[in-house]
Design a protein around this ligand. Structure first.
Ligand SMILES: [Zn+2]
Length: 245
């Protein structure tokens, strides 16, 4: 049986490998996250090497190996998106989150479709909001969505009141249980925004109307939560912070 397969792939990450090669991490439609070496990918005339760029949508042919998979061939599936600097910075958050929260060869087509739609929508809408919505949808798809409808300590169902969010305890904390400095304020408005962005239709998105303060609160709470989940800061989120985006 051949170990070759072909699949649609979105490039998450590329780096140089040894003297002449490239190493790439992709999320594919049918095989989930894969990583492979493109031998000769750093030579200027190597087609695969030129096509292997972050955010590229490719059809890849891969030979699965004992230790490392290797790229046999690839072709362009979609013309690359011409991102501006800001769109690119946010696209990098989406691809890094995908890489961090998925396992090799664990197929999940919804994740592939979500990422594909996100890369389109980033060009059309406020990339900051699109990526926040993406992050919520991704956490939901990979089973890591924080508990926000009931207090994580006492289990009390939460109504409209302003409460707290604990990144460490993965969810909302009611006012009775609130006692820790690491908790973020979690107002009723922020929770409504969270529900709105989690359910945002990416094929036919309704106009966004978002209050800056609530957006910032939600972003802070969510990125802290992600930091607790990953145990290490993400380069792309650090970069946004450094650029004041
Ligand atoms: Zn409670």
């Amino acid at each position: 049986m051949s170990n070759d397969f072909r699949d649609d792939a979105i490039v998450l990450h590329v780096k140089n490998w040894q003297t002449a090669d490239k190493y790439a991490v992709c999320f594919t439609r049918e095989h989930g996250k894969i990583r492979f070496i493109a031998y000769g990918g750093r030579y200027p005339k190597n087609v695969a090497g030129r096509l292997l760029q972050p955010f590229a949508q490719l059809s890849v042919e891969v030979t699965a190996g004992q230790r490392l998979d290797k790229l046999k061939s690839c072709e362009l599936l979609e013309l690359p998106q011409a991102f501006d600097f800001k769109q690119m910075a946010y696209a990098a958050v989406a691809t890094e989150l995908t890489a961090v929260f998925t396992e090799d060869y664990a197929p999940q087509e919804e994740v592939y479709i979500l990422l594909k739609e996100t890369l389109y929508l980033l060009k059309e809408r406020n990339p900051r909001i699109v990526v926040l919505s993406f992050a919520l949808k991704l956490l939901d798809l990979v089973g890591l969505f924080p508990q926000v409808d009931a207090c994580v300590v006492c289990g009390k169902e939460l109504g409209e009141e302003d409460i707290w969010f604990s990144p460490l305890q993965s969810g909302a904390i009611c006012n009775d249980c609130h006692n820790e400095a690491g908790e973020e304020k979690f107002s009723s408005g922020t929770r409504k925004l969270l529900a709105h962005l989690k359910n945002l239709n990416f094929q036919n998105p309704a106009p966004f109307s978002v209050k800056g303060g609530e957006l910032m609160k939600l972003e802070t709470a969510l990125y802290k939560f992600i930091l607790f989940q990953t145990d290490k800061p993400l380069n792309s989120i650090n970069f946004l912070a450094q650029m004041g985006m």
